[in-house]
Design a protein around this ligand. Structure first.
Ligand code: ASP
Length: 419
């Protein structure tokens, strides 16, 4: 996917940028409305492909993330500690996203609303207990066919945990199979993501043909809200967690992590960055092999704080852009689902925008055609945001390794800034 050797025009993000410009020019031309209808199917086709892979991708990515953690009592103890860190940090991330959404209100005045379309009514759980009950599926297969993502995520997490309790023989059979399926899904996802320029072009022509350039003001506000959330999490929340939970110097940790952060930023993939993260956390941060090889691979798929912020801001942005009434319970449901969606996202570029459909379907706008157009517009500006959120994702994993290492009684973590 990311190949530093390829010429600039061979890189996906430049192709997406070019497709976006072309879509804008054609959509903005006097015959923009006509072209929008003519090319619109390209965008719809791309969105259908994305939706096609969500269920299998989330299933194998989640089970492999949780099940490959190993087994035994020591691992069980570390599992509990690591999972607690991941849940707290991702929850704080989603909460930050919620606060920034409410400060920026990026979807207010989105042109689709002025165009006279009836705002959708959001599906909202009536209470927190309802939301909790909704998560537990009564029939996993029915959830999978209905695309009930919360049920799927819950089942896969408990299934993955159950796999870790098996003896070595049957456990490795299951993990080998899941790992192979995971590779298949990653190959399929990468293939579909390569079509992104075509999808962005189709969606852009349709969007600009229908509403002109006015939606870009809102998109920039969305980017500003998300960017601020990522900055707060990176510069304030994670350093506080490091300091208070691990007694680790945030400054020294950040300095030691320079290299993986740069790799995460340039590849937009936590998975592609993992080898560098593992090496740096062992050699420079000073966490043992035992803790780092447990926390980091699991974190790369399961712990995505930057993605959680994006899911929360992004889904609420879309709902607001459609003119929907966003009540308190909807916001609670979105924070909660954003957390789960970030757990289910694969560690590859733009995966965050694939799983945003999870939240959209939970709040009842997963099939809204205008919501799809807005996701397309978000895709067109996603690359720089993806770079930043991937760096936050990787950084949170490394903070977890340092904190869990300290909790396990390890000495020498981030004692000095390594050269
Ligand atoms: N690109 C991100 C990662 O690999 C996932 C996302 O798109 O949010 O961590």
């Amino acid at each position: 996917m990311y190949n530093p050797e390829s010429p600039w025009y061979g890189r996906l993000h430049w192709q997406v940028f070019g497709a976006m410009l072309l879509g804008i020019v054609i959509g903005y031309s006097p015959a923009g409305g006509f072209f929008g209808e003519y090319f619109g199917w390209l965008g719809t086709l791309f969105m259908r492909l994305l939706k096609m892979i969500i269920v299998p991708l989330v299933v194998v990515s989640l089970i492999s993330g949780v099940a490959t953690a190993g087994s035994g009592r020591l691992v069980g103890r570390m599992f509990g500690k690591t999972l607690s860190y991941y849940l707290v940090s991702s929850f704080l991330a989603a909460l930050t996203g919620l606060i920034l959404f409410n400060l920026f209100n990026p979807g207010r005045g989105y042109p689709i609303v002025d165009s006279g379309t009836q705002p959708p009514e959001l599906a909202t759980p009536s209470s927190a207990v309802d939301l909790l009950l909704d998560i537990v599926p009564t029939n996993f297969l029915a959830s999978a066919t209905a695309g009930d993502m919360l049920g799927i995520i819950f089942f896969c997490i408990v299934f993955g945990v159950a796999v870790t309790t098996l003896p070595e023989g049957p456990r490795s059979k299951v993990t080998d199979l899941i790992d192979a399926l995971f590779r298949v899904m990653m190959a399929l996802t990468s293939g579909i993501i390569k079509l992104l320029p075509i999808g962005v072009f189709g969606l852009m022509v349709t969007l600009v043909g229908a509403t002109g350039l006015r939606s870009f003001g809102n998109l920039f506000q969305y980017a500003a809200a998300l960017g601020s959330g990522l900055a707060i999490h990176f510069f304030i929340t994670l350093p506080l967690l490091l300091y208070f939970w691990g007694r680790v110097s945030p400054w020294r940790h950040a300095m030691n992590m320079r290299e993986p952060l740069l790799v995460a930023f340039s590849t937009s993939s936590s998975a592609a960055t993992l080898p560098v993260t593992l090496k740096t956390v062992r050699e420079k941060v000073g966490v043992s092999n035992r803790v780092s090889s447990f926390t980091l691979p699991m974190g790369a798929t399961v712990n995505m704080d930057g993605t959680a912020i994006m899911e929360c801001v992004g889904a609420l942005f879309i709902a607001q852009a459609l003119g929907a009434e966003i009540g308190v319970m909807t916001q609670v449901a979105v924070v909660f689902t954003a957390l789960l969606a970030s757990i289910g996202a694969a560690a590859v570029p733009s995966a965050g925008l694939v799983v945003i459909f999870i939240i959209l379907s939970v709040i009842g706008i997963g099939d809204n055609p205008e919501a799809l157009l807005i996701v397309g517009a978000m895709l067109s500006i996603d690359r720089p945001l993806d770079m930043a959120r991937t760096a936050v994702n990787v950084y949170s994993d490394s903070c977890a390794a340092a904190v869990v290492g300290k909790w396990e009684g390890e000495e020498g973590i981030d004692e000095k800034i390594a050269a």
